[in-house]
Design a protein around this ligand. Structure first.
Ligand code: ATP
Ligand code: MG
Length: 428
């Protein structure tokens, strides 16, 4: 009896599904993509005929499906990539019909929990939000993923490379992406407050210390009164630590002098850069909340000079700011730092100021979610290194400083007061 009821339900499910497939809304992502293109007016008129996009190929990829589209002549892939959200929303529109795979019904165990299992299938289907990645290499590749990227990727020491100057930036669907400072040099980091800029800077400082403890040097400029970089102040790799915007100019002048000394060092041996000369030292100038010095023309001139000339000398600036306006990221700094990392931003204009294209405004509001742009843009989830992990990783590199006067006074006072209990003589 029970078997009969269950098989009737399955058959009804399959029949219902085929009815919806023919008469209901589009459930196939390929068809949906084509409909979104024509509904959004992404078509071209040629000799009085409307030319539509056609799906050239479709293949299964890990976690989803890739659609390869041939764009008609005259259609801009850049415009479509910038309107990625239109495609993503279209693919995620929930119909009043339930869009599920009837094969899932076959997995149901027909016991007392059957109803709950059906409910879960429907609920999971409703909760899952598809994400897409777009790429153009002569063909437009639309990768539709059934599940979103992980909301958090916890730090693992395995993310570190054994050699060189690459730091992990974040994971995308294909795996980890690294920023190689010896190839790409400097980096601009931007994003709305609270979405992971400082966390990222802390992570790269710790990673560089762990990987290259003997060859890395830092100048850390923390214009949030030291709240972020104070923990690194006493590392033996930290040459300068500054929190006062008024003193940044002096600090950058000193960095410039070090950089000129490095130039003299390799030029005298007939080399044109540190890599050729086999010099291992690299100097990172990391600025958190750079907007505070953006209006200081002298600071910006110095920073631009360091970004421009630093490549040969192994001096690499990393400049971070909350509000990426043309004021907070001066054009000369941008011109000399082509690689960018942007966390979520509040507008397409802000995104264009960082990435030279829209996109960061459409990132989900997830801390650590960012777009990394070197030549192409990659959406990544940056690794999360907790405050405890940072402390633990850098602790072996903290230098013991001579005791300060007051600390010593306090110590000697304690010593004196405790001394009266240290030895007792009794008359025998
Ligand atoms: N990669 C990440 N994965 C998960 N959570 C993260 C990640 N990065 C940051 N967070 C969370 O977001 C919080 C804010 O991060 P962070 O301080 O780096 O933001 P911010 O962009 O520097 O903000 P502000 O501009 O205010 O300084 C962190 O305390 C942490 O809880
Ligand atoms: Mg911060």
């Amino acid at each position: 009896m029970f078997v009969e009821i269950s098989s009737t339900i399955i058959m009804a499910g399959v029949a219902g599904y085929s009815y919806l497939k023919t008469n209901g809304p589009t459930t196939n992502d390929g068809e949906k993509i084509q409909r979104i293109f024509s509904n959004s007016g992404w078509t071209i008129n040629e000799k009085g005929k409307t030319k539509k996009v056609c799906i050239h190929r479709k293949r299964k990829i890990e976690g989803g499906t890739e659609y390869v589209l041939q764009l008609p002549l005259g259609m801009s892939s850049k415009d479509i990539i910038e309107k990625k959200h239109v495609l993503e929303d279209g693919l995620n529109i929930r119909s009043k019909y339930i869009d599920f795979d009837p094969r899932e019904l076959l997995k149901i165990k027909w016991d007392r929990t059957a109803l709950k299992q059906i409910r879960d299938i429907v609920k999971n289907k409703k909760i899952a939000r598809k994400e897409i990645a777009l790429d153009f290499d002569g063909m437009l590749r639309i990768r539709v993923y059934n599940q979103p990227l992980a909301n958090q990727i916890d730090w693992k020491d395995d993310f570190l490379k054994k050699k060189g100057w690459s730091v992990p930036v974040g994971c995308n669907r294909e795996g980890m992406i690294w920023h190689d400072f010896d190839k790409l040099y400097s980096l601009i980091v931007a994003g709305t407050p609270g979405y992971g800029k400082s966390q990222f800077l802390n992570m790269i400082i710790s990673a560089l210390v762990m990987m290259q403890p003997d060859d890395v040097t830092f100048t850390l400029i923390d214009l949030k009164e030291g709240a972020e970089f104070k923990k690194f102040e006493n590392l033996k790799q930290v040459k300068r630590f500054e929190t006062d915007p008024k003193k940044v100019k002096e600090v950058l002048e000193e960095v410039e002098k070090d950089m000129s000394a490095m130039y003299r060092r390799f030029i005298k041996d007939g080399y044109s850069n540190v890599k050729e000369a086999g010099i291992k030292d690299r100097h990172f100038i990391i600025i958190d909340e750079g907007a505070d010095i953006a209006e200081d023309a002298e600071c910006i001139k110095l920073l631009t000079g360091i970004a421009r000339k630093g490549r040969a000398a192994g001096f690499y600036p990393v400049y971070s700011t909350q509000y990426p306006t043309s004021r907070s990221i001066p054009i000369d700094v941008k011109r000399n730092i082509p690689t960018r990392l942007s966390f979520v931003l509040d507008s397409g204009t802000a995104s264009s100021n960082v990435l030279d294209q829209a996109g960061a405004e459409d990132l989900p509001m997830i801390p650590g979610r960012a777009i990394y742009k070197n030549v192409r843009c990659h959406t990544v989830q940056t690794p999360y290194m907790s405050a405890g992990q940072v402390k633990q990783r850098v602790k072996p590199h903290i230098r013991i400083k001579p005791r300060k006067d007051e600390a010593y006074a306090e110590y000697s006072h304690q010593e004196k007061t405790s001394r009266k209990h240290s030895l007792k003589f009794e008359k025998v």
